[in-house]
Design a protein. Structure first.
Length: 134
């Protein structure tokens, strides 16, 4: 077994005020892998700003400003998180939900050139090599 020791023992995190929490299942069971960049960004933001019941009252314009995304990207990310059963939204309040038992939605199959350019390591490598002229 690997012995785990803090790298900076004098800097171990302690929860003293508000609390943001993401279950390890989010990564381990494939929820993270099923999200695009803006969905991850919005989800992490909502986790950070939500209260103990998962509620967040930030408006879309404030969210867009803080995340550096446009309204179209926000709407697409918000709708994706709703479809994937990670958040609920009533038009003004978000609730970060407990994780569903299994990831919901697209199983992550790559179908289009855009999908390939975002998630296929070989395509991404080719794009980088082409861009830097190797």
């Amino acid at each position: 077994m690997i012995e785990k020791a803090p790298l900076c023992p004098d800097r171990i995190r302690k929860i003293t005020g508000s609390f943001a929490f993401i279950e390890h299942r989010f990564l381990r069971e494939g929820h993270f892998a099923g999200l695009d960049r803006n969905e991850v960004l919005l989800y992490l933001f909502l986790v950070l700003v939500s209260d103990r019941n998962g509620l967040s009252y930030y408006s879309y314009d404030r969210i867009c400003t803080m995340l550096g995304i446009c309204v179209d990207e926000y709407i697409e990310a918000r709708n994706g998180l709703i479809r994937k059963d990670l958040v609920a939204f009533d038009g003004r309040v978000f609730q970060v939900l407990s994780l569903p038992e299994f990831p919901v939605g697209d199983p992550g199959l790559l179908k289009t050139a855009k999908d390939m350019s975002r998630k296929d390591p070989a395509t991404i490598h080719q794009m980088v090599v082409t861009a830097i002229g190797l």
